[in-house]
Write a protein that binds this ligand. Structure first.
Ligand SMILES: C[S@@+](CC[C@H](N)C(=O)[O-])C[C@H]1O[C@@H](n2cnc3c(N)ncnc32)[C@H](O)[C@@H]1O
Length: 235
C-alpha cells in the first residue's frame, strides 16, 4: 500500500463544471448566491460554466476526496474487487486505486447531465450528472492503468457478473434514489463477507435488509442529516 497523500487532481473546465453539479459544497459563496437568485437551470447552464475558478475547484475536490477516503479506510485493503455506484468524477476511486495498486473497480454511472439539477430524492431516478468520457479521462490522466477499472453506463443495463468485496456509493444510492433499484444486482454479486457502504437518511430501514448495519459517519450540519452506513449479509 502506498501511504502518500493523493496527487492533486487536475480538472479542465468541463470537469470543474460537472463536479460542481455533483458536489454543490464546492461552489464559492458567490456561485451559491447566483444559484439562489437565478435558479438551478441558470446555475447548471451558465454559472457553473463561466463563473468558476478551475484550480480552486480541483484543489477543494481533491481535499474533499481525501476526507472521504479517511471515512472508509478501515474497509479497504489490497486485491479487492470494488463496485462504485454513482462515483461522480471518481476522485475517491482514483485515491483508492492510487493507494491500493491491485484493486479492481467497476463503475456504474449515468452518462448524461440533467438540465436542472435537483438535490432531493428522485423516485424515478431520472436525474444524472455525469459524462463517462470525462470520468475515464480523469482516471487515466491520474496514471491509473485501464486494467484496474471498467465503466458501465447505468442505462445500458449490461452490468458485469462478479463477487464484489466492497460496494461504495457516496451520496448516490439511497441518498438520491431508492436502494431497491440495485437490490437484486447487489444480492447476486456479493457474498456474506461483502461490505456495502452508502449514505442514507433512513438507516434504521436497513436492519430489515441486512444482518449487520453500522453507522460510520453522521452529517449533522447538512440539510439532509444523512448517515454513512456499512452493511453486511443480506437477509
Ligand atoms: C450527488 S452525486 C455524488 C457523486 C460522488 N459519489 C461524490 O460523492 O462526489 C450523485 C451521482 O449519482 C449518479 N447517479 C444517479 N443515478 C444513478 C444510478 N442509477 N446509478 C449510478 N449512478 C447514478 C449521478 O450521475 C451523480 O454523479
Amino acid at each position: 500500500m502506498n501511504t502518500q497523500l493523493m496527487k492533486n487532481l487536475k480538472f479542465n473546465r468541463k470537469m470543474a463544471q460537472l463536479v460542481l453539479l455533483q458536489r454543490i459544497e464546492l461552489a464559492s459563496p458567490l456561485l451559491k448566491r447566483l444559484r439562489k437568485i437565478f435558479g438551478r437551470y441558470f446555475f447548471s447552464k451558465i454559472c457553473s460554466k463561466y463563473f468558476i475558478n478551475i484550480n480552486k475547484i480541483s484543489n477543494s475536490y481533491t481535499k474533499l476526496m481525501e476526507e472521504e477516503i479517511s471515512t472508509i479506510i478501515p474497509f479497504l485493503k489490497e486485491n479487492q474487487k470494488i463496485l462504485s455506484i454513482g462515483s461522480g468524477l471518481g476522485g475517491l476511486e482514483i485515491a483508492i486505486m492510487q493507494k491500493f495498486y491491485k484493486t479492481f473497480i467497476v463503475f456504474i454511472e449515468k452518462n448524461y447531465t440533467s438540465n436542472k439539477i435537483k438535490y432531493g430524492w428522485d423516485s424515478k431516478n431520472k436525474e444524472g450528472y455525469n459524462d463517462l468520457s470525462l470520468l475515464e479521462n480523469l482516471i487515466v490522466t491520474n496514471d491509473i492503468s485501464k486494467e484496474q477499472f471498467s465503466i458501465f453506463d447505468y442505462d445500458k443495463k449490461n452490468f458485469p457478473k462478479m463477487k464484489y468485496d466492497l460496494v461504495i456509493s457516496l451520496y448516490s444510492l439511497d441518498y438520491h434514489y431508492d436502494f431497491q433499484i440495485y437490490l437484486d444486482y447487489l444480492k447476486k454479486n456479493t457474498d456474506e463477507n461483502s461490505l456495502i457502504i452508502f449514505d442514507t437518511i433512513r438507516y434504521e430501514y436497513f436492519y430489515k435488509i441486512f444482518n449487520e448495519v453500522k453507522v460510520i459517519k453522521e452529517d449533522k450540519n447538512t440539510v439532509h442529516k444523512s448517515k454513512r452506513i456499512v452493511c453486511k449479509m443480506f437477509k
